[in-house]
Ligand binder design. Structure first.
Ligand code: AHG
Ligand code: MN
Ligand code: MN
Length: 330
């Protein structure tokens, strides 16, 4: 595709959906792009507008909400309010799934983490928005259970990264494409066509401050990547931003792996399956990478609850396979 391709044009030309779903694809991704543009502006202006700091409430998984978490959730919901093809939204910041459209055209469900990495809001570090789109098997009254589909059922997934620039990355199962927001003209422009994740990488990304609580296999993996062995490129370098979206973006472009394992206090770790891990796992696999719970393919896990957590290792395929071997050996 030619240089200067906007997201809108790219969606019109998206081959895999052109036959039967081009209109749907545009209807689904335009609100994501709109929310991304508005959130990029809100994040830029937050300190000036008094929008940093805590909102005062807890969300459904017990995190203290930042003001920008609440604002981010409202922005995503507003952006999708006019989108008749989405029946409902499950969000990190909503206790229960919310009905968005009762139209017979409402054939999709949106899963979202509106603001990933929100502990970064007050220190000018990267943030993200994660989205995943599932198909709805029926019409009529929406039930929260309809969201409980394994990640391999996602028809579209991606993220917006608010970093040194704002980047939207998406997949519909035919490659992964990245668009950088030209803030001067308000358009996402194709800058990263067909992102391919290197098969291996020498960067690891984890909150190693918690390593004493990790299971033995994960601790041994950490020993392995921090051991010195020049021929195999060790020690690996540690890069950890506090925002999964930013850490995964680096892994996709440069190779490496992010992991957040369980510990005795939280056997399934911290990250949520439906709206954080599964959409990013879908992107990783589509880019030639991998995502695992440590004990199997993450996209095969059937959620039992909207806010369910899962351990995760995600990034370069060889790194993830090695991590699984360390976990299996213990
Ligand atoms: P969120 O802000 O949506 O709750 O997600 C934060 C996640 C993830 O983005 C990040 O990698 C991880 O939590 C950080 O957790 P620790 O502070 O435990 O490292
Ligand atoms: Mn998150
Ligand atoms: Mn969040």
């Amino acid at each position: 595709m030619a240089a200067g391709t906007t997201l809108g044009r790219h969606l019109m030309e998206e081959g895999s959906w052109r036959k039967d779903g081009a209109d749907d694809l545009r209807a689904l991704l335009e609100p994501v792009a709109l929310a991304g543009k508005i959130l990029a502006r809100e994040v830029d202006q937050a300190a000036l507008a008094g929008k940093l700091g805590l909102a005062g409430d807890q969300n459904a998984t017990g995190d203290m909400q930042k003001k920008l978490d609440v604002i981010g959730n409202e922005i995503v919901m507003d952006a999708f309010s006019g989108c008749s093809v989405v029946a409902g939204i499950a969000s990190e910041e909503l206790e229960e799934a919310v009905i968005m459209s009762t139209s017979d055209d409402a054939r999709y469900l949106l899963c979202t983490d509106p603001l990933d990495g929100s502990s970064n809001t007050d220190v000018n570090a990267p943030l993200g928005t994660i989205f995943g789109i599932l198909r709805r098997g029926r019409t009529g009254e929406l039930s929260g259970e309809e969201f409980l589909q394994k990640g391999s059922e996602l028809v579209c997934a991606g993220y917006v990264l608010y970093g040194t620039s704002t980047v939207l990355v998406y997949t519909v199962g035919a490659g992964v494409h990245g668009f950088t927001l030209d803030k001067g003209v308000g358009e996402f422009v194709l800058t990263h066509e067909d992102i391919r994740c290197p098969e291996k990488g020498a960067v690891y990304s984890a909150n190693v401050g918690r390593h004493k609580d990790w299971e033995a296999g994960v601790r041994k993996y950490l020993d392995y990547v921090t051991d010195k062995d020049k021929p195999s490129g060790r020690p690996h370098s540690l890069r950890y931003t506090g925002a999964l979206v930013a850490d995964l973006h680096r892994c996709l472009l440069d190779g490496g792996m992010y992991f957040y394992p369980g510990d005795p206090g939280s056997p399934n770790g911290k990250l949520r399956l439906l709206y954080e891990c599964a959409p990013l796992a879908c992107v990783a696999e589509q880019a030639g990478g991998a995502a695992s719970t440590g004990r199997g393919r993450l996209l095969d896990v059937v959620p039992e609850a909207i806010h369910q957590r899962t351990p995760i290792a995600i990034g370069s395929v060889e790194n993830v396979a090695l991590f699984e071997r360390f976990v299996a050996e213990e």
